[in-house]
Write a protein that binds this ligand. Structure first.
Ligand SMILES: N[C@@H](CCC[C@H](N)C(=O)O)C(=O)O
Length: 267
């Protein structure tokens, strides 16, 4: 028997899902890197290991494509929830899951979309980033994981995030940072591109969209509000409240199979 896997995505932020209810898989950094590699592995932005702890709700063990561990992944939660519901491990409707950033209340809707209570989005300062020769000012936002969310009038479609890696201030972000570039399309309508810590550019980042809306509101002197966020992989909706935030968007499972045991054992 090989290792069971599924492949899924949330607005094209894609994940390998590894069901591991009893926590038996030895998910090393090297295995994560191999799984996420788009040539020698299945290819993904990250891995979601599905674990059932002795106490408490199903736990999402999230890993970035480079093998690093992150506290939270908003798109990952939606895909994780879709997996639990499709397997009959959780009901359509409301329940709670565990993440490294704490427990998250979710709603699995009948139409396949998922709403995630993302917890508070906390502004903890301002900073800037350099991309190539251009500099962007932004707001530092903690959504369980760190973000630098930069609202800019430079069309985000024109940015070269493939050849350029955002340079950031390590004294503000000692553990690295996810960097968002945001255009305001209208009241309550944003467009975003993102360079994720531990991955590179992705086609969507759920926590990043929450940071983006928080940054836009902050810039307009508001603490609460809502917006849709267009990302290269689709669109999500974000609501920012005083004490918490929610993210709603699609979640897709597209394949399942078995990893060859010899391939797994090679790492
Ligand atoms: N794509 C995720 C965020 C994943 C973690 C991030 N790369 C980090 O290191 O903090 C999302 O949808 O939120």
């Amino acid at each position: 028997m090989g290792v069971e896997f599924l492949k899924g995505h949330g607005t094209e932020n894609d994940f390998v899902v590894l069901p591991d209810p009893d926590g038996l898989l030895d998910l090393t950094e090297e295995r994560v890197r191999a799984l996420c590699d788009r040539q020698r592995g299945l290819g993904a932005d990250g891995v979601l290991r599905v674990v059932r702890p002795d106490f408490g709700p199903w736990f999402m063990d999230y890993r970035n494509a480079d093998g690093s561990i992150a506290e939270m992944c908003g798109n990952g939660v939606r895909v994780f929830v879709r997996y639990l519901v499709s397997e009959g491990l959780a009901p359509t409707g409301e329940f709670t899951i565990g993440t490294r950033a704490g427990q998250r209340h979710v709603i699995a809707h009948e139409d396949g979309t998922v709403t995630v209570d993302m917890g508070p989005a906390r502004v903890f300062g301002t900073s800037s980033t350099t991309l190539g020769t251009a500099s962007f000012d932004g707001v530092a936002v903690d959504v369980g994981n760190p973000h630098l969310a930069c609202v800019t009038t430079t069309p985000v479609a024109s940015l070269d995030l493939l050849r350029n890696t955002p340079v950031f201030d390590h004294s503000v972000f000692p553990n690295g940072v996810n960097v968002e570039f945001i255009n305001v399309l209208g009241d309550g309508a944003l467009r975003m591109r993102v360079h994720e810590r531990g991955v590179g550019e992705t086609r969507s980042c759920g926590t990043g969209t929450v940071a983006a809306v928080t940054s836009w509101l902050h810039g307009t002197g508001q603490r609460t509000g809502k917006a849709t966020v267009d990302v290269p992989g689709g669109q999500v909706s974000v609501v920012i409240e005083e004490d918490t935030s929610t993210l709603t968007g699609p979640a897709v499972l597209l394949a399942r199979g078995e990893l060859d045991q010899a391939w797994w054992d090679a790492f």
